[in-house]
Design a protein around this ligand. Structure first.
Ligand code: IMP
Ligand code: MG
Length: 181
């Protein structure tokens, strides 16, 4: 039984994701030259993207992690954002780049951005691997976007369904029968 059997189609292959990270990393390297870059990610979904993206940034930077919960085990957002683990870093004067896996309704990120903006960073931007603009409920945009994806449930490369499929090396669409079972 392979994880691949649950995937309807591959959206972005390992090679495409690698090239995308290189491209986004190069842009961020240009934009943040001479700044005080702090990369922050929200565990767990963005973890694979985060580690690939940070290695594509050729600048001194620091990293930190947060854990929030906005999703249960299902596929719909609850709209409720809870901080499970906060940052350890003082944000004063930092050029904060929040790294996300997917911007969906935007409720999670919108809440986080406002909360972090209140801690006096020098700047605050968002990089997301995937953007689902059709599902947006909050007024928020990412500054760096890997791919715009249709409204389909995707897994792999850190993204899960019910904590499964995070270790798939590509991004794929899950067979609908998996989550309608
Ligand atoms: P929202 O933007 O507040 O709705 O929530 C975004 C979060 O929901 C992401 O960080 C993911 O953890 C999760 N999410 C949204 N869409 C998907 C998907 O297609 N696959 C896996 N997780 C998703
Ligand atoms: Mg996430």
């Amino acid at each position: 039984m392979s994880l691949n059997d649950d995937i309807l189609k591959v959206l972005y292959s390992e090679e495409e994701l690698k090239a995308k990270c290189a491209e986004m990393g190069a842009q961020i390297t240009k934009d943040y030259a001479g700044k005080n870059l702090l990369l922050v990610t929200v565990l767990k979904g963005a973890v694979v993207y985060f580690t690939d993206l940070m290695r594509a940034i050729d600048l001194p930077c620091t990293i930190d992690f947060m854990i929030v919960s906005s999703y249960g085990s299902g596929v719909k957002t609850s709209g409720v954002v809870k901080i499970v683990k906060d940052l350890d870093t003082d944000l004063t004067g930092k050029d904060l780049l929040i790294v996300e896996d997917i911007l969906d309704t935007g409720l999670t990120l919108s809440y986080l951005k406002d909360m972090l903006a209140a801690r006096n960073p020098a700047s605050i931007r968002i990089a997301t691997l995937l953007d689902k603009p059709d599902r947006r409920k909050a007024d928020i945009k990412a500054d760096y976007i890997g791919y715009r994806v249709p409204d389909e449930f995707v897994v792999g490369y850190g993204l899960d369904y019910d904590e499964k499929y995070r270790n798939l090396p590509y991004v794929g669409v899950l067979k609908p029968e998996i989550y309608s079972e």
